[in-house]
Ligand binder design. Structure first.
Ligand code: NAD
Length: 342
């Protein structure tokens, strides 16, 4: 039985990755600075640790002694596979208002986790990067390949930190013979992710606003609706992580749904799924880049494809967020609003 460590298992993609690894038959330890608020499937073991501290990274990477009986004998004292998804992050609102926290906290997590993993002999290490490493694009531009992240000009500090942490992982991989796999995710969405509180990303924020609005109501949305994005359903993202981790692909690899839509089209899709007529008031806010268009040829070479079209993914996501909105309303009516939303 293989042993996997998922860092950031209390978060959205990490929580779904734990479920995937359990389905694949792994023994999984999750680690995070907080417990998962929603995830229905749990890791075999979950440790609450702040991974900005090197000693906590060492503890996270050390297998339990004695090993649980179902793990059999171990050649080494650490994990077969480490998936590093822990990050201080959120949607555009958070990325533009918390530059220092993002650069400080995420560099510390990645510097210490990569160093400890490599020096403790982890054979295979996954790092979760982002398409935020790329420059802004104009609608209609041809696809950017992974190599075209350099010369670098990311739109935000989050992207610079990701580029640096990709390079840390690769440098340690070369020095210590650790196999390193790096995914650059496009926007990922689905149930059991942050949906309120300021860190939520566009699909979750729009689902929440539509769920809160009456039929024929008006919701505020940042920008003018023309920005072009693609959104990858979380099951596709974790399938991509798993295939990439077990592939021979060196260097960074884009993982994204090639279905590009404007923000206006995203709102229309959510409204259609909700069965509501929705008006939009376009307001000033941190929109981020104008457009996106990335090559997925490298991940396609593993047999991966995005299987879930946007409308199908929203059909899974919207009812879950609508239920959270209802739960939160009910709690507010009982005078427990802060607990639910905090
Ligand atoms: P998330 O915020 O839901 O999960 C990240 C987790 O890291 C959180 O549970 C958080 O508590 C944990 N964390 C933060 N600081 C920590 C610390 N000091 N010690 C231990 N744990 C800590 O985010 P997500 O959407 O699941 O993203 C996972 C990874 O994928 C991140 O690296 C993110 O940058 C990357 N990514 C996500 C997207 C997306 O659309 N969701 C897109 C591109 C890249």
């Amino acid at each position: 039985m293989k042993r996997a460590l998922v860092c950031g298992a209390g978060g959205f993609i990490g929580g779904h990755l734990v479920k995937k690894l359990k389905r694949e038959g792994y023994w999984v330890r999750g680690v995070d600075i907080k417990a998962h608020e929603f995830a229905s499937t749990q890791a075999d073991e979950f440790l609450l640790l702040d991974l900005r501290e090197p000693e906590n990274c060492r503890i996270a990477l050390t297998l339990p002694a004695p090993l649980p009986p179902n793990l059999g004998r171990s050649e080494r004292a650490t994990f077969d596979e480490v998936y590093q998804l822990a990050a201080d992050m959120g949607g555009m609102g958070f990325i533009h208002s918390a530059e220092c926290e993002i650069m400080h906290n995420n560099v510390l997590i990645n510097v210490h986790m990569t160093h400890q993993a490599a020096t403790m002999g982890v054979p295979r290490y996954f790092y979760s990067s982002s398409v935020c490493v790329y420059r802004d694009m104009q609608p209609g531009e041809p696809e950017l390949t992974e190599a075209e992240a350099i010369p670098a000009n990311p739109d935000n500090e989050y992207g610079w930190e990701k580029l640096y942490s990709e390079r840390i992982a690769q440098a340690y991989g070369r020095r210590y013979g650790m196999t390193v796999r790096i995914a650059r995710f496009q926007n990922c969405y689905g149930p059991e992710g942050t949906w309120t509180g300021g860190r939520e990303k566009a699909p979750a924020a729009i689902c929440r606003k539509v769920a809160e609005a009456p039929d024929a109501g008006t919701i505020p949305v940042w920008g003018d609706g023309a920005a072009v994005r693609s959104y990858t359903y979380v099951d596709d993202t974790v399938d991509g992580i798993y295939r990439l981790m077990h592939s021979e692909l060196e260097g960074a690899v884009n993982i994204g749904n090639p279905e590009y839509v404007t923000v206006k089209e995203l709102v229309e899709t959510v409204a259609e799924v909700a069965g509501k007529r929705i008006n939009v008031e376009w307001v000033q806010g941190p929109v981020g880049v104008q457009s996106r268009n990335f090559s997925n040829e490298r991940i396609y070479s593993t047999g991966w494809r995005a299987r879930v079209p946007l409308v199908e993914g929203i059909k899974q996501t919207y009812p879950w967020i609508e239920a959270q909105v209802q739960r939160s309303k009910d709690a507010e009516e009982r005078g427990e609003g802060e607990t639910m939303r905090g």
